[in-house]
Design a protein. Structure first.
Length: 202
């Protein structure tokens, strides 16, 4: 049986942001295969998931809480994923730290150099096209999760008058692991090739 892969359409849709409380994000692209004049559509969809245990209230001093954030491939084809993380308040971001294991905590700007296995961060300075995101370098199979991007958050307010509510904005995006010819990306950084090809065509 002859199967001709026709990669016709690259779509990327981000359905929302994952806030401090709850939420999911889905992104997808499709590919089409023709078999004897018929076709099937494979969906590239993801969900941002979390295990979240917030403090009862923010207070002066350290506020440490569990927030395990990862991405699940809810689609039917393998994909590469990336995530954006941002704080609603710059001052709060400056006094917050992230941890991958609950033991070692790093300021947000330093956390990019201490990421869990499989994650890398690309800044806008080093790559204007792909920069500003955390990238998972392994292909995520259908039904599988990434390694959590982080597991704990710590925010330290020096004085009672510094205490304030804030949100952590998180969203994820995904691209398929095949190029426009239906061939898997190869090389030292196939994930980067996949994102570059998609973003250059967007």
């Amino acid at each position: 049986m002859r199967i001709i892969a026709e990669h016709r359409k690259w779509l990327l849709t981000v359905f929302g942001a994952l806030f401090l409380l709850t939420g999911t994000v889905s992104a997808y692209m499709t590919y089409r295969q023709s078999v004897h004049n018929g076709f099937t559509v494979g969906g590239n969809t993801i969900a941002v998931t979390e295990d979240y245990a917030p403090p009862e209230e923010m207070k002066a001093g350290e506020n440490r809480y569990r927030k395990v954030v990862q991405v699940r491939n809810t689609g039917t084809v393998p994909c590469y994923v990336r995530m954006f993380v941002g704080f609603s308040d710059g001052d709060v971001e400056d006094c917050s730290q992230l941890s991958a294991d609950g033991n070692l905590y790093y300021p947000i700007m330093e956390y990019t150099d201490h990421l869990p296995k499989g994650w890398v961060y690309t800044s806008r300075e080093e790559d204007p096209l792909n920069g500003g995101y955390y990238y998972y370098t392994e292909a995520v199979e259908p039904g599988q999760n990434t390694v959590p991007l982080f597991a704990m958050v710590s925010t330290r307010f020096k004085k009672a008058e510094d205490v304030r509510d804030y949100e952590i904005f998180i969203y994820g995006e995904s691209v398929q692991v095949l190029d426009l010819d239906g061939v898997p990306f190869t090389g030292a950084e196939p994930w980067r090739q996949a994102w570059t090809q998609f973003l250059e065509r967007r």
